[in-house]
Design a binder for this molecule. Structure first.
Ligand code: NAD
Ligand code: MG
Length: 389
């Protein structure tokens, strides 16, 4: 039996992971599940899966979690530190599906104990790519991408040499506002930004899809994961979300990964890697679909894409600055304090204020330096937001 843990178990990726594990429970020995506010879901899954421990991120809800677990024998724990402790418990395969920078410490802890890390939490690579890749290398751990585009690239690269790769193309659906004018985007509400045409995901990544901050994070994630240059990374708008990524080789071939917009494919690929096993996802009927569409993203409507390339040119802790500023700008947009397009203004301003001090190439990187940069960037973002609002 494989020992598995799932961090962010109550979220969209976490629940899709649990769906796969529940289909074959005798194959897995569940060590730890973590969640946030949805105590009932966390407790129910922990009991059904027979987890050793269930952890909520919210320290004030420990007694509630304990009560929900009843006499099941599942241990209860709470708080950020308890999540890291749970990630230190030996496991063969760990799903990192917490949203935001909070996913980094447990991901690092899982790699330090030698686990294979299925990485949905792209923010880990954006904020601390160098650190997380080195940690995996130094402890014999492995990282498998779960983001659909990165899983697609990973699959297209099986048996290939990175030296033969000319470019990596990740696709973007364009999110909720792909056909909106700039003027309409400026007035967009959080409610409008929170519905995705193709994917069913958590609210934060859904809004990030509408602004393409999600794609910006993914550009950085691509660079960190595949160790290519940022000039090799392209974004292509593809409204159908069926081609997830393409890899262009030096002989002119383009290998495309085509599949249904169902995250259980990428999660299942990471779960069964290096094998392929049956997955409960729809089979595409391309004759019925008929046509696929592609277009270049509009740089004016999606400044986040340009900022991602700037971050990669800056290097050092620029990714941590970018992510933290983006998280605060997103909070402010969701609270109706700033407009949709102002999120990019906030991030750009924070980057320009902090780049002389925090984005130095070849700077030492540790969890402490990343955390410190994250805090400074959040404070700076809050000041910028106050001035704008
Ligand atoms: P979600 O909002 O549905 O779930 C997030 C999970 O993280 C929940 O379990 C929540 O309780 C937990 N969480 C939130 N804040 C936390 C904190 N501070 N500390 C500890 N736990 C916390 O998010 P999601 O859509 O499942 O996305 C999870 C991650 O996967 C994100 O990094 C996202 O970018 C990435 N991702 C998601 C999808 C998708 O289809 N949903 C696709 C690709 C990548
Ligand atoms: Mg993605």
């Amino acid at each position: 039996m494989r020992k598995v843990s799932i961090f962010g178990a109550t979220g969209s990726i976490g629940q899709n992971t649990i769906d796969l594990i529940k289909r074959d429970p005798s194959a897995y020995d569940v060590v730890a599940l973590s969640g946030g506010q949805n105590i009932q879901q966390l407790a129910e899954d922990a009991v059904v899966l027979g987890a050793d421990v269930a952890v909520t991120a919210d320290e004030t809800r420990l007694s509630e979690l304990r009560a929900a677990l009843g006499d099941s024998g599942v241990e209860a724990a709470a708080g950020a530190r308890a999540i890291v402790e749970a990630a230190c418990r030996p496991a063969d395969w760990v799903m990192s599906a917490i949203v935001g920078a909070a996913g980094l410490p447990p991901g690092l802890a899982a790699l330090q104990q030698g686990a294979t890390l299925a990485l949905a939490n792209k923010e880990s690579l954006v904020t601390a790519g160098q650190l997380i890749m080195e940690t995996a290398q130094n402890h014999g751990g492995r990282i498998l991408p779960v983001d659909s585009e990165h899983s697609a690239v990973f699959q297209a690269l099986v048996g290939e040499d990175m030296d033969a790769v000319e470019r990596i193309v990740i696709t973007a659906s364009g999110g909720a506002f792909r056909d909106w004018t700039l003027e309409d985007m400026a007035r967009a509400t959080p409610e409008q930004a929170s519905s995705h045409p193709n994917w069913n995901m958590g609210q934060r990544i859904t809004v990030d899809s509408a602004s393409m901050f999600n794609k910006a994070l993914e550009i950085i994630e691509t660079k960190e994961f595949f160790n290519c240059s940022h000039e090799q990374i392209e974004v292509l708008v593809h409204p159908e979300s069926l081609v997830h990524a393409l890899v262009g080789f030096k002989d002119g071939a383009l290998m495309a990964h085509v599949g249904p917009p169902d995250m259980r494919h990428a999660i299942g690929y990471a779960l069964h890697w290096p094998e392929r096993q049956h997955l409960p996802v729809a089979r595409l009927d391309l004759a019925n679909i008929g046509a696929l569409h592609f277009r270049a993203p509009d740089p004016q409507r999606y400044p986040a894409l340009r900022l991602a390339h700037e971050v990669l040119e800056l290097g050092g802790h620029a990714g941590a600055v970018f992510n933290a500023a983006k998280e605060r700008a997103l909070d402010a947009f969701l609270d109706h304090r700033i407009g949709f397009l102002q999120m990019a203004d906030v991030v750009e301003e924070v980057l320009s204020q902090l780049s002389p001090s925090h984005c130095l190439k070849n700077a030492e990187m540790s969890l402490d330096t990343v955390t410190e940069t994250d805090h400074v960037a959040r404070r700076t973002a809050d000041t910028v937001i106050e001035q704008l609002a």
